[in-house]
Write a new protein. Structure first.
Length: 154
């Protein structure tokens, strides 16, 4: 009986595996970019959020200033990592100055979005610094990936 249910189970998984294989074949480049952006983004997000938290909490730097300092430090590193790793092989590589300006613009949008979370959650609602880290880690990267993928590195 166990052999029967095991083979029936294999038959049900077959269509799912075939569908996954088809998705990877059709969208492999995009999936690779999402994974690479995720890995790079996790590293950068943790560095920025961690530096912000340490600056604002342990060093007593005003929270919005602490985040600004971290933004300035990590924007250049982000451009290098995303252009050479996250979006490698995607889009054109001419017009480097325009791409760099777009990247900086996207990062300013991400910065302002994160600053909004700090302003709202820490300054206006009086919450602890870690409240603002949550949307900085989970919301801002979705916005910046989309803009990087379809505008900066298109």
């Amino acid at each position: 009986m166990a052999g029967l249910s095991r083979s029936a189970s294999k038959g049900k998984r077959g269509p799912y595996r075939a569908k996954m294989k088809q998705l990877v074949q059709e969208h492999g480049e995009f999936i690779g970019q999402v994974v690479r952006f995720g890995l790079t983004g996790v590293l950068l997000t943790l560095l920025v959020a961690g530096g912000y938290w340490v600056g604002a909490t342990a060093l007593g730097i005003e929270p919005m200033l602490a985040f600004t300092l971290n933004f300035l430090v990590f924007t250049g590193l982000g451009y290098i990592l995303h252009s050479r790793f996250s979006f490698r092989g995607h889009g054109e590589r001419d017009r480097a100055a325009a791409r760099a300006a777009r990247f900086f613009t996207v990062n300013v949008i991400g910065f302002l979005t994160s600053q909004f979370f700090i302003w709202l959650l820490v300054k206006q609602l009086g919450g602890p610094v870690w409240w603002s880290v949550i949307p900085i880690v989970f919301v801002t990267p979705l916005l910046t990936f989309s803009l990087n993928r379809w505008w900066v590195f298109a």
